[in-house]
Write a protein that binds this ligand. Structure first.
Ligand code: PD2
Ligand code: ZN
Length: 285
């Protein structure tokens, strides 16, 4: 049986305070080798420590049932014209709203993004839900670099393409982020939206409101591991160069979809490079 080291303690505290459901946390721990009863007990203790016991009474299935899936804004069809490029649709899931694509980026674009980011990488951070500060924590072991939105013609073309593909206005997009995971790097399951009602979220939602959808594009083929996983949907998307996964978690009623809990599985062999585009509900300034 696995033991609770400092990394897991930090993971428990962070995910409870980010608003993850107890069930999803237990599931992630069981997948990582914990016994279910032990995992439940640990999650319960972590929740009571942060006075979020109410979450234990609201099972994730109930929360998922109450999320209303309105029409996905991404265009229909097997190929989508996205600004300057035809993108291939590989898979569509309705609940949660997830789409996987091929050909979002060309090989040359993947190479250029990696080369431009390689020497400017910094250890990735996670938003602290209480303070709103960016903390370096062990649940996210990657290095990242942000481009300014439309900072030059190459980046502008990609910003416009992602905006067209996601069917959201260019101005609602955060700048593109490049992430690199070395072998063993991972991003444990989390939500990309800012947990409502927590003090730290206000700092982030002040700039453009809530995050509503994510697109993760893969810049290289990962030799083994590194899938983007959705534990509550039983879905794993492999990282393949030029491909991408899109998911949407806020609807027109401003509800948030708990089924979009997702993570980056540990990279078993090789390294993993991704580009992320997050969309906000309003103009991101
Ligand atoms: O690298 C990934 O697959 C991944 C998974 C989950 C990235 C993110 N989340 C993220 O950057 O939010
Ligand atoms: Zn994420």
């Amino acid at each position: 049986m696995r033991t609770v080291d400092a990394t897991w303690q930090e993971w428990l505290a962070t995910n409870v305070s980010r608003g993850c459901t107890p069930e999803s946390m237990v599931e992630a721990m069981v997948q990582a080798g914990f016994e279910a009863d032990a995992a439940r007990e640990l999650v319960r203790n972590a929740a009571s420590a942060t006075e979020l016991q109410a979450d234990l009474i609201a099972p994730s299935e109930d929360a998922a049932r109450t999320y209303h899936y309105d029409a996905c804004p991404v265009a229909a069809g097997n190929r989508i014209r996205a600004h300057d490029r035809d993108v291939a649709v590989r898979l569509r899931i309705e609940r949660p709203q997830v789409i996987s694509f091929d050909d979002v980026l060309s090989d040359d674009e993947c190479t250029e993004l990696i080369e431009r980011a390689r020497h400017r990488l910094k250890r990735s951070t996670t938003v602290n839900p209480d303070s709103g500060r960016e903390d370096v924590i062990k649940m996210r072991t990657s290095e990242g670099f942000w481009f300014q939105r439309c900072e030059d013609p190459f980046i502008e073309r990609l910003d416009r393409r992602m905006s067209a593909l996601m069917s959201e206005p260019l101005e609602h997009g955060e700048g593109l982020q490049i992430l690199r995971y070395a072998t063993g790097g991972e991003y444990r399951p989390h939500f990309d939206y800012f947990p409502p009602g927590q003090s730290g979220s206000a700092l982030h939602t002040a700039r453009g409101g809530q995050r509503i959808a994510t697109l993760i594009a893969y810049l290289n083929d990962v030799e083994e591991g590194g899938e983007t996983v959705f534990p509550d949907a039983g879905l794993a998307v492999s990282a393949s160069r030029g491909g991408a996964v899109y998911f949407r978690y806020m609807n027109g009623r401003r509800q948030l979809d708990p089924l979009t809990l997702h993570g980056g599985a540990p990279v078993v062999r090789g390294e993993k490079w991704i580009m992320t585009k997050w969309m906000r509900e309003r103009e991101y300034v």
